[in-house]
Design a protein around this ligand. Structure first.
Ligand SMILES: [Zn+2]
Length: 118
């Protein structure tokens, strides 16, 4: 439990899953090659599109039902719905992509630390 909480906190600060000090990203979602603090091989263990798949399911579950319910109760033109929900989903996706990637990297390190070899 304590370890899971630690891993989650490190993830939301976008820090190295091992030491919690070095930065995880060198670009928006581009991973650093190695942790500047402890040397953990990070880019080599990139989890690719995994976090995006999680976000598709989570945000789809959270956003589609309200969009349908609101569309049934208001008489806004289609472009208003498209603009509103498009902006909300795009904003939520871009806002959550880094923490989601960092969290899945932290989970990967916690559960399979032996694969994180240089
Ligand atoms: Zn580190």
């Amino acid at each position: 439990m304590g370890n899971s909480l630690n891993a989650t906190i490190k993830a939301f600060h976008c820090r190295c899953p091992k030491c919690g000090k070095g930065r995880l990203f060198k670009g928006f979602i581009t991973l650093v090659d190695h942790c500047a603090s402890c040397g953990l091989a990070i880019a080599k263990n990139d989890n690719g599109d995994g976090p995006a798949v999680f976000l598709i399911f989570i945000l789809g579950f959270l956003m589609v039902p309200p969009a349908i319910i609101i569309a049934m109760h208001v008489d806004w033109p289609l472009w208003v719905h498209g603009t509103l929900w498009g902006a909300l989903i795009l904003g939520a996706t871009l806002g959550m992509l880094r923490p989601a990637k960092a969290l899945t990297m932290a989970m990967q390190f916690k559960n399979r630390p032996e694969i994180f070899t240089a």
